[in-house]
Design a protein around this ligand. Structure first.
Ligand SMILES: Cc1ncc(COP(=O)(O)O)c(C=O)c1O
Length: 463
């Protein structure tokens, strides 16, 4: 029996110590033991890296960027910004889309708009959520929840369900039983898969709570025929480089409320009042999108649907290619929703998990015939020059949020065990998916032949 160990923090250093004499630059990234493992015999590393999800340019982006430069509209005003605000609102089906520097900026302003509506404008140096709790998705990227902290509030993390890997309505209902005063919910659609929108909206309405909908990963995904990003009181999109389309960076705030759209534009350009000089009655931010970035988004928008179709084909190919293994693909509600299939993921069946442990920054695993683990699969991808990633580590497990409340379908997920009584009944769904799941290479430029090799590598991990 032996354990293999890798440190995420010094992964490069680890690899350097453990590789054969490099014959070329890419060889320096190949862990020797995987290449020497007879299970992987006959596979050669990809010459060009297969990415998790990289930008795909089409040429139109250049045209709009060039036009911005030639006409000297390179700042935070211009035709590209106007056009994408109009176009995205039309595509999503909302009244207003406000172009901002990042999805994170959009989330911050979205949370602040809701918080000020609920609790009023704070004084300078104070957050709009001071002393307030906010319910938030637990299994998401930290950008979803950090704005709650920016505004001085406390996120209460709501556990995940197994049907779509998103916020569990049962846990949300439980959270309202425990914290009936909460009035704001921040909910994300993970990996481009719409969550249980109807149930979550019904609970929010019952408790008179507002919703910030983080559709950063789910642009073009639909629920009951309507686009994600338009179900919340405010929605958010991201044009980060890894998303279904990109602006190189950038994000958008979506709303039907004209006053809120105007407020977001004002706050994002330093909150200037209507005076000849710089006059400020509110705290401002430099969050507006540049017309250059907007040119890239403008060039990408016509290709959004094409990217979704390519990602769907990748998902379907994995599903077919992995069906004989003890794994499940990331699930979705096929009756009510159509994901954008941004990332394909798998989850290993419980019985097929090889022993593995993860510390804060290190992971160890054991190889066992017929079984595997996320760390082993990810190492195998890396050895053959492909990029996978662990499932986003749930927020309630993050050191920075260790003391925040965490609510599961059966109540508080904190302090549930007892040294004197055997633990039973509590399921931490987010931790379970994190432990057993893997994000697979999902780049839309990956060829079917390359994807077949990835599928083959996964099979060999289970040998
Ligand atoms: C769910 C989610 N929310 C928010 C963000 C933040 O978007 P941005 O990188 O544009 O700030 C991301 C990714 O980057 C994300 O995946």
């Amino acid at each position: 029996m032996f354990f293999q160990k890798r440190s995420a923090v010094s992964f490069d250093g680890y690899l350097r110590k453990n590789v054969k004499d490099a014959v070329n630059a890419s060889d320096a990234n190949i862990p020797e033991r995987i290449l020497q493992d007879e299970r992987f015999e006959g596979i050669t590393p990809f010459e060009n890296k297969i990415w998790l999800s990289s930008p795909t340019m089409h040429g139109d982006e250049q045209k709009w960027v060039d036009e911005a430069i030639q006409t000297n509209w390179v700042s935070t005003v211009g035709a590209n910004i106007n056009e994408i605000e109009h176009k995205v609102a039309e595509m999503v089906g909302c009244k207003y889309a406000v172009a901002l520097s990042a999805g994170t900026a959009a989330l911050h302003l979205a949370v602040k708009l809701c918080a000020e509506k609920l609790y009023g404008q704070p004084g300078a140096g104070h957050g709009s959520l001071e002393g307030k709790k906010v319910f938030a998705s637990d299994m998401t990227f930290d950008a979803t929840v950090n704005p709650i902290a920016y505004e001085g509030g406390e996120a209460v993390f709501i556990d995940t369900e197994y049907d779509t890997w998103n916020m569990d309505p049962k846990a949300l209902e439980k959270a309202f039983e425990i914290y009936p005063d909460v009035r704001l919910i921040v909910v994300a659609h993970l990996y481009g898969t719409p969550g249980k929108i109807d149930e979550i909206k019904a609970i929010a309405d019952k408790h008179n709570a507002l919703i910030v909908e983080d559709a950063a990963e789910s642009f073009c995904a639909t629920y009951k025929g309507a686009q994600t990003g338009r179900f919340g009181d405010v929605g958010v999109l991201s044009w980060n480089g890894n998303k279904i389309i990109t602006g190189s960076s950038g994000g958008m705030l979506l709303t039907d409320n004209e006053e809120w759209a105007n407020k977001a534009r004002k706050w994002s350009t330093q909150s200037r009042e209507d005076a000849a000089w710089y006059q400020h009655e509110e705290i401002g931010y430099n969050y507006r999108m540049s017309n250059i970035v907007a040119g890239v988004v403008r060039g990408q928008l016509p290709y959004a649907k094409e990217h979704c179709a390519q990602k769907k084909a990748i998902y379907e190919r994995y599903k077919e290619g992995l069906k004989d293994l003890p794994v499940q693909m990331n699930p979705y509600d096929g009756k009510n929703s159509e994901p954008n299939y941004w990332l394909s993921c798998l989850m290993i069946d419980k019985e097929a998990m090889a022993p593995t442990v993860r510390g804060e920054k290190e992971a160890m695993y054991q190889t066992k015939p017929g079984k595997s683990s996320p760390t082993e699969i990810l190492e195998a991808f890396a050895a053959f020059n492909a990029e996978g990633r662990p499932i986003w580590k749930p927020m309630h497990m993050q050191p920075i949020y260790r003391t925040n409340p965490f609510i599961t379908a059966t109540g508080s997920g904190r302090a549930r065990s007892n040294a004197y009584i055997a633990e039973s009944g509590m399921v931490d769904v987010g931790a379970d998916i994190f432990n057993r799941g893997v994000c697979l290479p999902s780049d839309n430029k990956m060829t079917p032949e390359q994807q077949d090799i990835i599928i083959d590598i996964i099979h060999r991990c289970f040998r």
